[in-house]
Design a protein around this ligand. Structure first.
Ligand SMILES: [Ca+2]
Ligand SMILES: [Ca+2]
Length: 250
């Protein structure tokens, strides 16, 4: 119990003594009290009390993110094939890569487009963890993997921009980035490849689509006979080309 007040000089001395002591976490309330003299303590004692908040402040900070995976099919109206004589087809259930018999030695390249606008607006380039392109090779005519390769370069993926319409001039659309081999063997089946750097680049540039061109390293072997790969387009009922994107959002 405290009945006596410290002398001003005594209280000042204690304040100075304690001034250099930093508050511990949770301390923010200061009071002074003075207790009466006792046998044990012959002089009145000044006490300096620090009381704790009920909710101590904290300097720790963290955020939580949700990890989501979205699969986007190629846009049927935009995926298709372009032949070197200017023929464009965006409605067939197959896209072609290689050279042809129908128009001897004409070259086919094919195009895929994925709509990024369906992703959440909160998604940014830095939050994308993976982006994997998958498509199904369903038929191989001739020997494209041994006659249209250049060394170890076979059926290649180029990151390109061809916009809202696939046109004949996109056959030679400028390459934003060469993504390397997509398929290297004639085995029928699904093939996948990371397009992470391309998708990040498109998101960073605020593009609403991420687009790709498939081509063989060598345009034709000039034998007048098809060396050609058929890949399912998004116009097919199943096995559509797809892009699986895994990302974090707040
Ligand atoms: Ca199409
Ligand atoms: Ca050929």
């Amino acid at each position: 119990m405290c009945f006596l007040r410290c002398s001003q000089a005594r209280e000042q001395a204690i304040r100075q003594q304690l001034a250099g002591r930093s508050l511990r976490q949770g301390e923010d309330h200061e009071t002074t009290e003075c207790c009466p003299a006792t046998d044990h303590c012959p002089e009145p004692r000044c006490l300096w009390r620090r009381r704790h908040n009920t909710l101590p402040p904290t300097t720790n900070a963290f955020k939580t993110y949700r990890q989501l995976t979205t699969t986007i099919n190629s846009t049927a109206a935009l995926d298709g094939r372009v032949r070197s004589d200017g023929n464009v087809n965006t409605t067939d259930s197959n896209i072609y890569v290689g050279d042809s018999t129908d128009v001897p030695n004409a070259v086919y390249r094919s195009f895929l487009s994925f709509d990024l606008s369906s992703l959440l607006a909160a998604l940014t380039s830095s939050n994308v963890l993976s982006a994997t392109l998958t498509a199904r090779q369903r038929l191989v005519l001739g020997t494209p993997y041994s006659s249209l390769n250049v060394g170890s370069s076979y059926l290649l993926v180029d990151h390109v921009i061809y916009g809202a319409v696939l046109s004949a001039s996109d056959f030679d659309a400028p390459v934003l980035s060469a993504q390397g081999n997509f398929i290297t063997t004639a085995t029928i089946g699904n093939y996948s490849k990371s397009m992470l750097s391309a998708v990040k680049a498109d998101l960073s540039a605020n593009r609403t689509r991420t687009q790709y061109r498939l081509r063989f390293a060598r345009q034709t072997n000039g034998d007048g006979s098809a060396d050609l790969v058929h890949i399912y387009a998004s116009d097919n009922a199943t096995d559509k080309p797809r892009l699986e994107i895994t990302y974090l959002i707040p």
